[in-house]
Design a protein around this ligand. Structure first.
Ligand SMILES: [Zn+2]
Length: 245
């Protein structure tokens, strides 16, 4: 059981017995790790506030191969986002982002972009970037990383390009132009299609030009459905956000 260390963000933690917690770590280089934090429920808990949602820490751990999980032997806080994440205007969006990562990203996927995405979204929120825009940026990138994002330039039926508007197919696999659509309901305006492309080359702190609150709400609603459809799941945390009920 050799020791290893990693930098990670906490995605969640819950009690597994009277003394210990199970946590999920979003690591910089190993994807998501399930980790036991021994003694985390004791009164003299040595982890302090390290295990709060989205706290960034440095963790020293050892492997327990039979159980496909690790045990944390030591950890230090690098950045506490506790005050930011726990604000009433942020908390439910961050719950939902953590739940999306845990339900959509497989445990053995070692894609370094997921950590960087989450870290940059937290940093941008700390600089007061609009939470709904950040949630949209997050959803678009999760879809892109998982290979589920459509090409916003092309109609998936006739392959015409340079679309000024489009409709998402009912099975969420591609978009259709005005000529090809039938009774699809999820519509994208030109600004909305532009915003999807914009996120490819820009950090989350910069909003796509011309995008307004209604566009962001529309895209967030469609992409949440799309993630649920592809992930064959339902996100419990959405019930706290009126836009998604
Ligand atoms: Zn078409």
């Amino acid at each position: 059981m050799p020791l290893a260390s990693t930098q990670a963000l906490i995605l969640g933690s819950f009690p597994i017995n009277e003394q210990d917690k199970l946590t999920q770590l979003l690591t910089t280089d190993r994807g998501i790790l399930k980790a036991v934090a021994p003694g985390a429920l004791k009164s003299n808990n040595r982890f302090g506030s390290l295990l709060e949602l989205f706290t960034e820490g440095n963790f020293i751990y050892y492997w327990n191969e039979e159980k496909e999980m690790v045990t944390i032997s030591k950890g230090d806080i690098l950045t506490s986002f506790f005050n930011l994440v726990s604000k009433p205007e942020n908390i439910f969006h961050f719950y939902l982002m953590a739940e999306m990562i845990l339900k959509v990203i497989p445990y053995n996927q070692k894609d370094k972009r997921i950590f960087r995405l989450m870290r940059s979204v937290l940093a941008a929120r700390d600089k007061n970037t609009d939470i709904d825009w950040l949630f949209l940026y997050f959803q678009i990138w999760i879809l892109r990383i998982e290979g589920l994002m459509f090409n916003p330039d092309i109609c998936y039926s006739c392959f015409s390009t340079d679309l000024k508007e489009a409709w998402h197919k009912a099975d969420f696999r591609g978009i259709l132009c005005r000529k090809c659509k039938t009774d699809e309901k999820n519509h994208f305006s030109e600004e909305e299609l532009q915003a999807i492309k914009w996120t490819h080359r820009h950090p989350p702190g910069q909003k796509s030009p011309g995008i307004v609150a209604n566009d962001i709400r529309n895209l967030n609603r469609i992409f949440l459905q799309k993630l649920e459809y592809h992930g064959e799941c339902s996100f419990n945390s959405k019930q706290y956000l009126p836009d998604f009920r």
